[in-house]
Design a protein around this ligand. Structure first.
Ligand code: PEP
Ligand code: MN
Length: 358
């Protein structure tokens, strides 16, 4: 073959490549139009029957030289890429997404306390509300330290049914009374959709815990409320699943959603969970919602809380959650990981001294 012949064939290939590109781009545009129609009709984007029929038709009219198998795999790739295109379009339109809203969401709480935006928040308090005295003791210490938001679990999602399950509505009442006495706001976990409405009088922020991150009925019910919701990342949830869980709340109309990284399960045994610091900048990049980090449940150990809190703030977190108990050794839940009041004061001073707490 002469060079002239080779050049000719190569020129022909370039031309065909160009035509193929034009055709697959045109095909992609049609796929996008179909995506819009399907979105309106509320039908799923992926239709395996239709895909199978298209493949059979192509294979039937294949005259070679490619085998039927090759034709199948080539077109399957094109189909998959088209489907991706539709889901990208969908991702762009998620309400939690930065693409939908450029500015940071700032949650405004009673007393004009804000979460997100320019200032950092420290959410502190016991793992569980255990008694009036225990809760009031923590509340007094938090007020003294300048803390504005107190946590305290009343409905506890425990691994064992024989462990302390929380004081329920009584716990919420104790939390509210202690918080009111010391000028604090309250946050507490709700696990049952039926308890959301009754909880509204007692909590300023509803917490949805890691174990319930994909309790879709709870998420939908929280989405109907006019109350800020703090959503914890699931024990083994990807960031995409986490954001979709937040989308469940937002899609029902409640725009006051905050995310909190609380560690994920890995093979590592020296921490209770693995604190995924990378989640902070990624969630901040992907979403406009405030992102907090729970240093207590992620690490499960008191000796590394200060560097972990600093790392979280340096990575862009809008706030930190930490557990505080007057006498952790006697705590009815998470005894090993809660700070006593003195330890909390040291922790908070060190975090502030780093200059990272705004
Ligand atoms: C909690 O914050 O009280 C709690 C149970 O945490 P998580 O849902 O992250 O395990
Ligand atoms: Mn706890």
């Amino acid at each position: 073959m002469t060079n002239v012949e080779l050049d000719g064939l190569r020129a022909r290939l370039d031309e065909i490549n160009g035509q193929l590109l034009e055709l697959i781009s045109e095909r992609a545009q049609v796929v996008q139009e179909i995506g819009v129609v399907k979105e309106k009709q509320g039908v799923p984007k992926f239709d395996p029957e239709r895909e199978k029929a298209m493949l059979e038709k192509l294979v039937a009219s294949n005259k070679g030289p490619f085998t039927s198998g090759t034709i199948r795999s080539l077109f399957k790739q094109i189909f998959a890429a088209s489907l991706d295109l539709q889901s990208d379009e969908h991702k762009k339109s998620l309400l939690v997404s930065r693409k939908t809203r450029k500015e940071d969401t700032v949650i405004v709480l009673p007393g004009d306390i804000t979460i997100g935006g320019l200032s950092s928040v420290m959410v502190a308090g016991p793992c569980s509300v255990e008694s009036e005295l225990q809760t009031r003791t923590v509340a007094a210490a938090l007020q003294k330290a300048g803390i504005k938001v107190m946590r305290g679990g009343a409905f506890k999602p425990r691994t064992s049914p024989y462990d302390f399950q929380g004081l329920g509505m009584d716990g919420l009442r104790i939390l509210r009374e202690a918080a009111d006495e010391y000028g604090l706001l309250t946050i507490s976990e709700i696990v049952d959709p039926a308890h959301l409405e009754p909880a509204l009088d007692y909590v300023d922020i509803i917490q949805i815990g890691a174990r319930n991150m994909q309790n879709f009925e709870l998420l939908k019910a929280a989405g109907e409320l006019n109350k800020p919701v703090l959503l914890k990342r699931g024990l083994a949830a990807t960031m995409e699943e986490f954001l979709h869980a937040a989308e469940y709340i937002m899609s029902r109309g409640n725009t006051q959603v905050m995310l909190i990284e609380r560690g994920i399960r890995t093979y590592e045994k020296w921490t209770r969970n693995t604190l995924d610091i990378s989640a902070v900048p990624i969630l901040k990049q992907e979403s406009h919602l405030p992102v907090l980090v729970d240093v207590t449940h992620s690490t499960g150990r008191k000796d590394i809380l200060i560097p972990c809190a600093k790392a979280a703030l340096a990575a862009g977190a809008d706030g930190i959650m930490v557990e505080v108990h007057p006498d952790p050794a006697t705590a009815l839940s998470d005894a090993a990981q809660q700070l006593n009041i003195e330890e909390f004061n040291t922790f908070f001073s060190e975090v502030k001294a780093s200059g990272l707490f705004r």
